[in-house]
Design a protein around this ligand. Sequence first.
Ligand code: C2E
Ligand code: CA
Ligand code: CA
Length: 562
Amino acid sequence: MTQAQLEATLHDLTGRLAEAFLAEPFDQRIGQQVGGELVAAHIASAEGLGRTVEVIQLRLVRDLGLVTDDADDRMARLLATVATGYARALRDRTLDEQEAIRRAAMVARAHAERALRDSEARFRYQANHDPLTGLPNRTLLTERLAAAIARPGDGADRVGVCVLDLDRFKVVNDSLGHQIGDLLLITVGERLRRSVGEHLVARLGADEFAILVERTGRTEDVIRVAEAALAAVCEPAVVAGHELTVSASIGIVEQPVRGTTPGELMRAAGSTLHWAKAAGGARWSVFDAERNQRELDRYALSAAIPAALERGEFLLDYQPLTALADGTMRGMEALVRWRHPERGLLRPDAFIGLAEETGQIVPLGGWVLAEACRQARDWPAGRGGAPFVSVNLAVQQVRRPGLVDEVGELLRRTGLPPERLQLEITESTMMSTVEEPVRALRVLADRGVRIAIDDFGTGYCNLAYLRGLPVTELKVAGEFVSGLRAPADDPAGRTDERILASLVSLAHALDVTVTAEGVETAEQADRLRAMGCDAAQGWYFGRPGPAEQHLGRSPALTGTTA
Ligand code: C2E
Ligand code: CA
Ligand code: CA
């Protein structure tokens, strides 16, 4: 309120008080009104009231000269009612204000609560759903699975989970781009949802989905769901103008809910998915607890390799490679063994394949190579000179870019001449090996290292292909040699013999020597010698054992030792 407005208001109020002062009969109630209006005019402080009463009194007494006999009495009563009205109005106003504040606070709180609920719902939805496909995500699936397991039933409740993964989805992403890949995933999600009815379909990530089948009766119930899902996914899909055909693999687990956990079920379905993939994809597999345990054991064995290397649990046995012409030992093959603290002496078949799968073969094979070179340096020369050491190389070792340097450094450090090292590379490794590793093998061969093709005849390698490779020797797989054991007039045996004989002559034409593996009898040795085979390895010439067992004697003359 401006000063002028204030003046006007006061003027008006004093006017009314003056009227009341003079009125007969005297009515003091106007004072209350005036007090209320003072508050309404925002003159609402303690000093404000005091000063205002002063001003009013001055006006009434001085300006208007209102003095009567009982004037003092009237004046005092009038001013007292002004004060009462003022105080009442002030109290009412304070109460109103408090009420308004309280109401505003309530409205604000209700508002905030609603906003919170909305954002919580949105947040919960986001936390439980996959933004790309709109499907439930792993969190929600796990929640539902946990609920299915915890549901109080008659104890016979069963539950099923399918984990589905698209086969070769990466090819779509790599060749057509991620956008098309995303659209395909949306299509697949939609189809899955439609094909499996009421069951929960979730996207676990990337191209992996899951289907929860609750209250199953038996495994076949879940297999039917999986088959419907596979059929739906396999239908050709047109995505952004591209006609795409994809397939999928499914791991199925179906079992009583009692005693299991969501994590356990998901892990079981995940491992089973890998079985379906390993079997070629576009199929389902059902979880098998025994198979799973075997794989876990194998995995644990592989995981123990680094520590076992540290503790020196590996050792090398050697088996002679004997020249058929004169019985001299040309070399010895290093065969690794694992002296396992709990499981005893393990043969390579128990851990090499696994080490190849997990990549542990690289450090293990590196140790074998180094140890074999170190031991072979000290082997004494026999009749045929000092034997070479023949070391098996796994495909990962051959493909490693550092192979040439590693071998070079080893030979330098141990002082083993390159001609006394032979690297055995299986036929399948050789066939799958691309340009760069072949160049590395050629560098090694040029330095004098011998390169042998191991297990020859078990793959599809042809001799013409060999011409382009830096190969010194062929080791013919034992399967071929076993045919030689049959009586001379057995037709199958004769075929093996003819194949072997032509192999030997073709190899010789390519300047490659031939060693026959798995030679167990004198007769096999005789026939191999007769067809011009260069060398033999097998129980007849010596079983795998410590190097000293074979050194310094003439195995061909003593025959088998074990
Ligand atoms: P391989 O390279 O074909 O080795 C020959 C295998 O045949 C050896 O089995 C040997 O004991 C066995 N053998 C030798 N003579 C006879 C015979 O007259 N009759 C029969 N039935 N078998 C015979 P082992 O020592 O169990 O080795 C198995 C495989 O493990 C090897 O087959 C080789 O592929 C792999 N291996 C062994 N040591 C290593 C290694 O250090 N690194 C890699 N990458 N693989 C290795
Ligand atoms: Ca070998
Ligand atoms: Ca072999």
